[in-house]
Design a protein around this ligand. Structure first.
Ligand SMILES: Cc1cc2nc3c(=O)[nH]c(=O)nc-3n(C[C@H](O)[C@H](O)[C@H](O)COP(=O)(O)OP(=O)(O)OC[C@H]3O[C@@H](n4cnc5c(N)ncnc54)[C@H](O)[C@@H]3O)c2cc1C
Length: 508
């Protein structure tokens, strides 16, 4: 569990608000419009507060119900399609499926609301390769260049200017460089050990590395360079939404050691992983029921009853692809998922009417500001082949990682749009002094339980291992069952759950 004392919380809160308020509107700023999107917290709170609801009159018998239309639920549906199985419905509470791979579009570009890339899959990521071949991303032994991230991919704002790449270089000392090298060597050894796989279920096993946090592991191994420690912390916040001291050292190492060296990639699109979601949604056409939130799941002998506000479904099996912690609220007699923590995130899409001035390396796809609590921004128009881009959409990513999740969640929902707008512009202003003259619109997505955190001990977490086993016609499929929230894990769990369900339905 996250350990935070009251002093820490107060200090963080003060720092947080002063960062938000320091840049409050100055004269001559462009007017910025926008608002919050996907505000479904109130729906979620109906479940949390176990609010009574009217049982629907409509009843339907269907062999399989998939709960949740994120990448895991959509991947289960993909597997059903590949196996020629059509007797299922997928229930999604939001107006559209996609979950964390949702996307949007305006007059300037399509853009992601959360997930925005997939690394070029290793040979061991068999399912990802199968899907990507089917979608035409991999043909005749080659990745389609249009979907590989164009150069320049990443840059870092440090000491007043932009540098290429994310490993801090400006003013790096010999000691920093020695430590980068030593760290790379350790990571290469871990990679060679073969246990840091994607999906991690292929080889991951209980490990002492999972008993400590990543920051302590760095300290124990004499990795003291502030630059290296920043980079490690940034990586944890990037993939897991948690600081390095809240992340299992095993997971921290997995981020670096799980990928074979690949010159190319990652795969990315203007709408991020929405590009994949859209195609999976098309494949599941006719099976997806949107705006249909599951309120209750009950056992009925050896079958299941899934209740929404519209329909009671009598099913032989359920693929539970909504976040697993919801099961203790939704499933009759459902287990509490002890030790599962979820990171709150704010993402924002900024529409720019012109590009700001800047110093140093040119605009990249991924743009990170050293020392910022945010991860910076990704440029939706980056893959465009146009020689000059005047207008763009930037997706700004902020994991609320510096506080205990429950405290951060309150702040996320408690701060109004105007205060968040100032927070974001003030953060970006460090690297782009003229940003306020460029941005005309900022839309924001507040996601309270955005992704599971691989906290120390996650590999051996009893609830996680129990959920991963499944059985009894109810299969947990959300990526959180793997303890790591990435596309590959969502797909793996979705497909695994689909296969288990098919075996059960087949037997019947
Ligand atoms: C800000 C952010 C950035 C990310 N970036 C990347 C990235 O670049 N690359 C990457 O690989 N991964 C990224 N991820 C991780 C991402 O979470 C996974 O890749 C993946 O999309 C998770 O899919 P999922 O299906 O497991 O869960 P989710 O996407 O959370 O899907 C759960 C679904 O269940 C639905 N649901 C919930 N409750 C109910 C109910 N009661 N009834 C019906 N439906 C319900 C939800 O609406 C949702 O659609 C990012 C995550 C975040 C938050």
């Amino acid at each position: 569990m996250t350990q935070m004392n009251a002093d820490n919380i107060t200090t963080n809160r003060r720092q947080f608000l002063s960062a938000a308020l320091a840049g409050l509107s100055q004269k001559g700023d462009k007017q910025v419009t926008g608002g919050f999107v996907f505000e479904s917290q109130n729906l979620g709170h109906l479940i949390r507060d176990r609010k009574a609801f009217q049982q629907p009159a409509h009843r339907e018998k269907v062999p399989v119900v998939i709960v949740g239309g994120g990448m895991a639920g959509l991947s289960a549906a993909w597997r059903f399609g590949k196996r020629g199985f059509k007797d299922y419905v997928l229930l999604e509470m939001e107006p559209d499926a996609g979950g964390n791979a949702r996307w949007g579009e305006n007059e300037v570009s399509r853009y992601p609301w959360a997930a925005h890339y997939v690394p070029v899959p290793n040979k061991s990521s068999v399912l990802v390769r199968e899907l990507f071949e089917e979608l035409g991303l991999f043909r005749d032994g080659r990745w389609d260049e249009r979907h590989l991230c164009h150069s320049p991919q990443e840059r870092l704002f440090l000491h007043g200017r932009w540098q290429e790449g994310l490993e801090p270089e400006i003013a790096a000392t010999k000691n920093d460089h020695d430590q980068y090298k030593a760290f790379e060597q350790r990571i290469a050894e871990f990679r060679d050990s073969g246990q840091f796989t994607v999906p991690l279920e292929l080889k991951a096993q209980l490990s002492v590395l999972d008993q400590i946090n990543f920051r302590d592991w760095l300290k124990q191994n004499k990795f003291t360079s502030p630059y290296l420690n920043w980079y490690a912390d940034y990586s944890c916040r990037d993939d897991y939404g948690s600081a390095s001291e809240e992340t299992s050292a095993w997971a921290g190492i997995h981020y670096f050691a799980s990928r074979e060296h690949e010159e190319k990639g990652p795969l990315t699109w203007p709408e991020g992983n929405g590009w994949i979601a859209k195609r999976l949604i098309e494949k599941a056409a006719g099976h997806i029921r949107k705006n249909e939130m599951v309120r209750r799941i009950e056992r009925a002998g050896t079958s299941w009853r899934v209740v929404t506000s519209k329909t009671i479904y009598d099913a032989d099996a359920v693929v539970f692809a909504a976040p697993s912690f919801l099961s203790s609220y939704l499933i009759e007699g459902g287990d509490k998922f002890e030790g599962f923590e979820y990171s709150p995130w704010l993402t924002a899409n900024l529409t720019l009417d012109r590009m700001p001035e800047e110093k140093g390396s040119e605009l990249a796809w991924d743009n990170v500001i050293y020392g910022s609590p945010s991860l910076g921004y990704v440029v939706a128009t980056h893959q465009s082949v146009a020689s000059r881009i005047n207008r763009s959409v930037w997706t700004y990513y902020l994991p609320l990682a510096s506080e205990a999740p429950a405290v951060a969640r309150k702040r996320l929902l408690g701060m109004d749009w105007g205060t968040w707008k100032e927070y974001i512009l003030n953060d970006l202003e460090r690297a782009h002094p003229s940003i306020r003259q460029c941005v005309s619109r900022i839309d924001m997505f507040r996601n309270g339980h955005a992704m599971v955190r691989p906290v120390p001990g996650f590999l051996g977490n009893a609830s996680r291992l129990q959920a991963a086993k499944g059985g009894g016609g109810l299969e947990f499929a959300n990526s959180d069952v793997s303890g790591i929230s990435i596309f590959e894990q969502a797909q793996y769990r979705g497909v695994l759950a689909a296969d288990r369900v098919l075996r059960r339905v087949g037997r019947r």
